[in-house]
Design a protein around this ligand. Structure first.
Ligand SMILES: Nc1ncnc2c1ncn2[C@@H]1O[C@H](COP(=O)(O)OP(=O)(O)OP(=O)(O)O)[C@@H](O)[C@H]1O
Length: 254
C-alpha cells in the first residue's frame, strides 16, 4: 500500500530563511502520526506544504502514491486531505449549520465563483446527510442553529473537526487541536480522535507529547526546519537528542 505522504527533499524558504529543510518522510496510513518540535521548528509549515497552502521551494510530495507537489489546496481536499488550523478557522457570523454547509458544498461544487452561491446546495440530501453525520460525530448535532460566535472555544474546535470530517477525508491533519482548550475539552477531543483513528489516518501536531502519547503510534520530531528523529513515541521522547532539543524550552514529556 502506498504511503499516506511521501516527501523527498521537501524544502520551504521564505527569502533567505529556510523554514523546512530537505525533509524526507514516508508517513504510513495505518497509524496515527504525531509531529512535535519547539516553537518555530517548522511544524505548521510542514502542514502547509502537505496541504498545498505553500508550494515547496524544492522537493516533491506524494499523497497515496500520487504526485501532488504543485497542486492547489482545493485539489488536495478533493483527494481527501482535510485539515484544521492552529487558530480556529470558522465563520463567526454564520451558524454552525451554515459553516458546515458552506464548506461541504464547496467540496462538491468547486466551480462556484461566488462563495454565498454555495448555499443554494444546502438542500442537497447528500450534503445534508454528510453535515449531520459529521456534527453527530463531534457532538454538535444539538447546536446546529447556534451562532458560531457564541460557541465555547472547545465547540469551535469541534466544529472545525466536523467540517474536516464532512469532506470525506482520507487523511485528517490536525494542527494543535488542544490549543486553548480546558482539560475537560481536551479529554473530549482526545476521545473523539481515539474513535476516528479506527478508520481514518490522522496526523497531529502537538507541543506537549504527554497529551498525545496514548494516541500517536509514530512520532516525528522537527528542529529548525529539519526532521531530526522519528519512530516509536516512547523511545523518541527519551532520546537524548530530542531531550536536548527541548532543554530551555520545557521538557518534551510535560
Ligand atoms: N509565511 C511566512 N513567511 C515568513 N516566515 C514564515 C512564514 N510562515 C512561517 N514562517 C517562519 O518559519 C518558521 C517556522 O514556522 P512554523 O509556524 O512552521 O513553526 P511551528 O513549529 O509550527 O511553530 P509553533 O509551534 O510556534 O506554531 C518560523 O521561524 C516562522 O516565523
Amino acid at each position: 500500500m502506498a504511503a499516506l505522504f511521501k516527501t523527498q527533499g521537501m524544502t520551504k524558504k521564505f527569502g533567505q530563511f529556510t523554514a523546512v529543510n530537505k525533509v524526507d518522510i514516508v508517513m504510513e496510513a495505518d497509524r496515527v502520526n504525531g509531529v512535535i518540535g519547539p516553537n518555530g521548528s517548522g511544524k505548521t509549515t510542514l502542514f502547509n506544504l502537505l496541504t498545498g497552502f505553500f508550494p515547496p521551494t524544492y522537493g516533491s510530495i506524494d499523497f497515496m502514491g500520487q504526485n501532488i507537489t504543485n497542486t492547489s489546496p482545493q485539489h488536495r481536499v478533493s483527494l481527501g486531505i482535510s485539515r484544521t488550523f492552529q487558530l480556529v478557522s470558522v465563520f463567526s457570523t454564520l451558524s454552525v449549520w451554515e459553516n458546515m454547509v458552506l464548506s461541504t458544498a464547496k467540496v462538491h461544487h468547486q466551480d462556484q465563483k461566488v462563495p454565498w452561491f454555495y448555499f443554494k446546495y444546502a438542500g442537497d440530501s447528500q450534503i445534508r446527510q454528510q453535515c449531520m453525520e459529521s456534527l453527530e460525530k463531534v457532538g454538535l448535532s444539538d447546536k446546529v442553529n447556534e451562532k458560531t460566535a457564541e460557541l465555547s472555544y472547545g465547540d469551535k474546535r469541534l466544529l472545525e473537526i466536523g467540517i474536516a470530517l464532512s469532506m470525506n477525508p482520507k487523511a485528517l491533519l490536525l494542527d494543535e487541536p488542544f490549543a486553548g482548550l480546558s482539560d475537560i475539552e481536551i479529554e473530549f477531543v482526545l476521545q473523539l480522535l481515539h474513535e476516528l483513528k479506527q478508520h481514518l489516518p490522522i496526523v497531529i501536531i502537538e507541543h506537549k507529547i504527554s497529551k498525545i502519547i496514548e494516541l500517536v503510534e509514530h512520532l516525528y520530531v522537527m528542529k529548525e526546519g529539519s526532521m531530526i528523529m522519528e519512530g516509536d513515541p516512547r523511545k523518541v521522547i527519551d532520546d537524548p537528542v530530542v531531550l536536548e532539543c527541548y532543554w530551555g524550552k520545557g521538557d518534551v514529556r510535560c
